[in-house]
Design a protein around this ligand. Structure first.
Ligand SMILES: Cc1ncc(COP(=O)(O)O)c(C=O)c1O
Length: 448
């Protein structure tokens, strides 16, 4: 039986209960120790926003498998599409053969991609792999080598993507040498400006700095293939840049023949209340990378490029599993659900959640900033609202308290709590989450 959200959360035994403990013990003997499990949560099944652990505890999930299960866990229409396709064709390899779901999804993504230029699509298995494709295509098309990325960025963990990632040093330690010819610059973060300026008197130093300093001193602009940017920085702390940021950055790329690549792996597919986060700024990227929410939990990534940019020759790039038929139908069903109403729900319930978090901020000095668009929302916990010094220890304590009360949340950035529930989330579920968070914040308070 699918537990109704009225009964959720329901903690019958503090996690990990005996069944969860047994699973975790075996897991920890055999699974790579490089994974960073923040809670002892062993999931048996999940529907909508409800997770059931091995011991019958019910949790309210505000992570959606890290912004992946866009339509909620096991949405019946997605499950049906997967089951029907699995009975017909599971794999044949899109790099070598043709099949309808691959064609249909490529056509759909080309249609919904930001901007009016014709697009083409390369399918991958993951977000990192979509980024790898973008790096390769940018180099191939421009015949330039250099890539610019941003401090705080997360683009994945494969060697090319990792070269752009600048989120946590533990992700890079002992893996060098990475890709050469990568330069990181400060992101448009007005809450903690990398240039210590204030918006709008800063005159967007976070963009102008490139031409004023970088291109004049260390990096010839004509050697830069691409700027790869998250429209809203995700792992870096759910940071929404200032209003003119993306338009100015795009204009700068156009002045220098540089490709503008939007990493929409976390922010895309309706999460921010528009199909793509970059749609909030009316910018047409040259390349868009998608994954995570694209197929509601089946592994799938896509690198969508302007057709005249995707000019590489047969054999230049491909993947055995990328765009397998089952993932493609899951994506088609996901996009249909997003278009039919989930994107609007993300906008509506997201605005409601931001409002409720701002009310909490009025009562809890720990919350320094609430920011986000749609259901990509961050609450930054601080030791002091004046200095804005992050409170990572308190943030982690709040997350643990929430977990013990049956609310699953994760952090992002140094000291933020991320809210990325499935796009099916209701106002009632938001109220439940807020109540738990309120109690957790009261229990933790600010430790001086
Ligand atoms: C913005 C962004 N890009 C790329 C990735 C990498 O995706 P994957 O883990 O599917 O390789 C992530 C994952 O968190 C991400 O948030």
């Amino acid at each position: 039986m699918t537990p109704s959200t009225q009964q959720v959360p329901r903690i019958v035994t503090p996690a990990p209960g005996p069944q969860s403990r047994a699973l975790i013990d075996a897991d920890e003997r055999f699974v790579s120790p490089s994974y960073t499990r923040f809670y002892p949560l062993a999931v048996k099944n999940a529907h909508g926003l409800v997770l059931e652990d091995m011991d019958g505890n019910l949790f309210l999930d505000f992570t959606a498998g890290i912004a992946v299960c866009a339509t909620g866990h096991c949405h019946p229409r997605v499950v049906k599409a997967i089951q029907e396709q699995a009975a017909k064709l599971i794999h044949i390899c899109g790099a070598d053969f043709y099949y309808p779901p691959l064609r249909d999804l490529a056509r759909k993504l080309a249609e919904i991609a930001p901007g009016k230029s014709p697009k083409r699509v390369l399918f991958t298995n993951s977000g990192a792999e979509a980024i790898e494709g973008a790096i390769k295509l940018a180099r191939y098309h421009t015949r330039r080598q250099h890539i610019i990325a941003f401090y705080g960025a997360f683009h994945g963990r494969t060697m090319g993507a990792l070269s752009l990632t600048a989120s946590k040093v533990s992700q890079r330690r002992r893996f060098e040498p990475l890709l050469p010819e990568v330069t990181h610059v400060g992101y448009g973060n007005c809450y903690r400006c990398p240039y210590n300026l204030k918006y709008p008197s800063c005159a967007l130093e976070c963009v102008t700095h490139l031409e004023k300093k970088l291109f004049k001193t260390t990096l010839p602009a004509e050697e830069v293939a691409a700027i790869i940017v998250e429209p809203i920085q995700g792992e870096g702390g759910y940071i929404v840049p200032p209003p003119e940021y993306h338009k100015e950055l795009k204009a700068l790329t156009e002045r220098h023949g540089i490709l503008y690549v939007a990493d929409e792996v976390q922010s895309g597919i309706g999460r921010t209340g528009k199909m793509w986060a970059i749609d909030h700024w009316g910018v047409e990227p040259d390349i868009v990378c998608s994954a995570k929410g694209l197929a509601s939990g089946l592994p799938l990534g896509a690198m969508i490029a302007k057709a005249d940019i995707m000019d590489w020759d047969p054999g230049a790039h491909a993947s055995t599993f990328g765009g397998n038929p089952v993932s493609c139908v899951a994506a088609l069903e996901t996009i249909a659900l997003v278009e039919e109403g989930l994107m609007q729900n993300a906008a509506d319930v997201g605005a409601f959640l931001i409002g409720r978090l701002r009310e909490l901020a009025a009562r809890h000095a720990l919350i320094g900033d609430v920011r986000g668009l749609g259901l990509m929302i961050g609450a930054d916990l601080v030791k002091d609202r004046q200095t804005r010094e992050g409170a990572p220890v308190e943030r982690d304590a709040v997350l643990q308290k929430c977990f013990s009360k049956g609310l699953v949340l994760l952090g992002c950035g140094e000291s933020s709590i991320r809210f990325c529930p499935a796009l099916v989330v209701t106002r009632e579920e938001v109220e439940t989450a807020i109540k738990i968070l309120d109690a957790a914040l009261s229990e933790v308070g600010i430790k001086s």
